[in-house]
Design a protein around this ligand. Structure first.
Ligand code: ADE
Length: 218
């Protein structure tokens, strides 16, 4: 999978891939990343990428210029790419999206700043528009990283042990059952070796956890 971030702040993105599981996966060429600083595509003398809102309103938006040129250029290079804009004005991202997007060959993640994007950029380029939650961030970079991290876990080979994907939270719309290490007191059934009984216990525990923490999921 190739992932291209469109951002004015590459330094917010690149360090995330310099450690831990995603670094190992990157070293194994299981995916590839590129960050496009779309300021480089501005054609005006001051490399300005933002503008005031027409019709009034506070703040600035990403203008319909540099980002448009950057996206046009990359869409020509990667016509098969799925283009996702990050903004709080969007459908809320979830685990089903992560699993679905893990099948894409090329993902473009477009990170806004300020008050968002000139709407024509979204109309012309977005295959989908996603929010990571009901709060407003200073930009889309954290959202893009959240999406990429959760997508990559579902790409074959990225997690050493693909079984760790089984029984995870949200798989069946429930939260995962509690986990314990061997030492000390733990629910005795977990030490019984009876896998049928253990699975039954985990299903009930998972249901209770979900009811307590996220009744909206049931
Ligand atoms: N940009 C600002 N806030 C955001 C959010 N909640 N999700 C995605 N992108 C954003």
């Amino acid at each position: 999978m190739k992932i291209v971030f469109f951002s004015l702040f590459p330094n917010l993105i690149l360090p995330y891939f310099q450690d831990s599981i995603l670094k190992k996966a990157l070293d194994k060429n299981l995916f590839e990343i590129e960050v496009v600083n779309f300021r480089d595509y501005a054609k005006n003398r001051h490399k300005k990428v933002d503008t005031e809102l027409v019709g009034g309103g506070a703040g600035m938006i990403i203008d319909n210029n540099a980002l448009r040129y950057a996206l046009e250029s990359y869409k020509n290079k990667f016509p098969q790419a799925r283009t996702i804009f990050l903004t709080p004005v969007a459908k809320k991202y979830n685990q089903k999206d992560a699993i679905r997007l893990a099948n894409e060959k090329v993902l473009f993640l477009v990170c806004g700043r300020y008050e968002g994007f000139d709407e024509r950029l979204i109309e012309d380029f977005a295959d989908e528009v996603l929010s990571i939650g009901d709060y407003v961030l200073t930009g889309g970079e954290l959202g893009a990283l959240v999406i990429v991290d959760s997508v990559l876990r579902n790409v074959k080979g990225v997690l050493g042990n693909s079984e760790s994907l089984e029984g995870e939270s949200f798989g069946n719309n429930l939260l995962e059952a509690p986990n314990f290490s061997k030492k000390g007191e733990v629910p005795s059934i977990l030490k019984s070796g009876n896998h049928k009984k253990i699975d039954e216990w985990k299903n009930i525990a998972s249901l209770l956890k979900t009811k307590f923490h996220r009744p909206d999921l049931i």
